[in-house]
Design a protein around this ligand. Structure first.
Ligand code: PLZ
Length: 443
């Protein structure tokens, strides 16, 4: 366990990290980026210790993965026990209990009390691809509708679903066909004002699907209940529920991509719950397994069971170590009531960000739920002109001061907060002070 205090003993990155970075450039493809090239030695709770002995505050959680903290003791115990018994059989070759138990947990925890089934995969993108395969198979339809600012992955089909060109899509065409894009109910940037956003965005959605796609050709609508990479955009209240109901009325599968929002992050087990939305299919990943690669699709039994036997699968999907990790992570989420903790710490975070917005003009918007919050930085509040340069400068200052943070957003101007849900309140506070100093330096 790494002590839960921040401390810098060298500049960031320090000499040992720099030496590894030099080795890396000779060995690792340049195409794989790294936000902050410190090399991690050990991590737990809200602290990452690097190879130079610096202890950084973690406001990233490996992009919303280590919600239960890094190397959570229950995850470690379950994985250690499992790795000594067996490491792999391939669930399609011979089965094991862990896979079944994770699916039982997913069926119980995801929204709705209807009969459900689940299937397990390796990554969020793979889960999304499989959700689309299931929806197409079950409906016999082909078209899939996705939203502006959406992020669903980097594989061919999920690149097509993802909205942003650079860095995700540029140079990688051709993309999968039968994907259609519609506007997102983005309150801060809705042309006629946030108060009109939900209704107008819903009308536009219905009209565009009707005129440009055709309801009877549409297999699925896929939506992140809070958009992640696209800018932590919380859809205008009521919008997600309206879309979900409309899908139900039109025989269209409503897929909630909860890869980033799922597993307690937003103060609920799943972000869909906030508006009592019950998706037909839910994709999960990231936080599900405390850092081991695992993802899932969970949904209505009649959809999930529609596909012919052997139609879905993969060598590693639901690997026994990843399943053991998931059972440990879920146990911690239940035992430590991490939904309540995310909601409570989220309020602290939100209050602090709102105060900062009163003080610093550069903050155009504060938004999010639970411990998934962000500020959108603008160079002019009246025109809402995105300020990616200020966002990069604040980020660099945070990194230098030992706070690991991430940005996001279609315009690169959103500063996001994704600490582990188990982070200590003192660390959260300390991190926010670093952020404020960075902001003050730039503003
Ligand atoms: N759906 C909603 O947020 C992954 C991507 C980081 P994988 N988000 C982080 C990057 O730059 O690659 C994500 C997501 C939502 C799907 C995915 C894809 O999940 O596990 O990265 O495949």
């Amino acid at each position: 366990m790494v002590a839960q205090n921040a401390q810098l003993v060298t500049p960031v990155p320090g000499p040992s990290s720099q030496a590894l970075q030099a080795r890396r450039t000779q060995a690792v493809s340049k195409a794989v980026g790294t936000v902050l090239p410190v090399y991690v030695d050990e991590a737990s709770g809200g602290i990452l210790r690097d190879v130079d002995g610096n202890q950084l505050i973690d406001f990233a959680s490996g992009i919303a993965v280590t919600s239960v903290g890094n190397s959570d003791p229950r995850v470690v115990a379950r994985v250690t026990e499992q790795v000594q018994r067996f490491t792999h059989t391939c669930f399609m070759v011979s089965a094991y209990e862990g896979y079944v138990e994770v699916c039982e947990q997913l069926n119980e925890l995801t929204p709705g009390d209807h009969e459900k089934r689940s299937a397990l995969f390796n990554s969020g993108a793979e889960a999304v691809e499989n959700a689309v395969k299931i929806a197409r198979y079950a409906t016999g339809r082909q078209a899939v509708v996705a939203f502006d600012h959406a992020y669903h992955g980097r594989t061919n089909l999920t690149m097509a679903l993802t909205a942003k060109s650079m860095p995700y899509k540029a140079g990688f065409a051709p993309f999968a066909g039968e994907i259609y894009r519609v506007p997102m109910a983005y309150p801060y940037r809705w042309p006629t004002g946030a108060e009109n956003c939900a209704d107008e965005a819903f009308e536009t959605f219905v009209s565009q699907v009707h005129t440009q796609v055709g309801e009877e050709r549409t297999a699925a609508v896929i939506l992140e209940p809070i958009q992640g990479e696209g800018g932590f955009i919380v859809p205008a209240p009521g919008f997600v529920a309206k879309v979900a109901h409309w899908c139900r009325d039109n025989g269209i599968v409503f897929i909630a991509d909860e890869v980033q929002t799922g597993f307690c992050r937003t103060g609920d087990w799943f972000a869909s719950e906030h508006e009592q939305v019950v998706p037909d299919l839910v994709t999960t990943g990231k936080a599900i397994a405390g850092g081991l690669p695992l993802a899932g699709v969970t949904g209505r039994a009649e959809l999930m069971d529609a596909v012919h036997a052997g139609g879905l699968g993969g060598t590693y999907g639901g690997n026994p170590l990843a399943c053991a990790a998931a059972l440990g992570a879920i146990e911690t989420m239940r035992a430590d009531d991490l939904t309540a903790r995310a909601a409570r710490l989220g309020e602290t975070l939100r209050n602090r960000l709102t105060q900062l917005a009163d003080k610093y003009e550069v903050i155009g918007d504060v938004r999010g739920r639970g411990l998934m919050q962000a500020v959108e930085l603008v160079s002019d509040r009246a025109t809402k002109t995105p300020d990616p340069a200020a966002t990069a400068a604040v980020t660099a200052a945070c990194h230098k001061a030992g706070l690991l943070t991430l940005t996001c957003g279609t315009f690169g101007n959103v500063f996001r907060f994704l600490p582990p849900l188990v982070i200590g309140e003192d660390l959260l506070d300390e991190g926010l002070s670093i952020f404020e100093n960075a902001l003050a330096g730039v503003a």
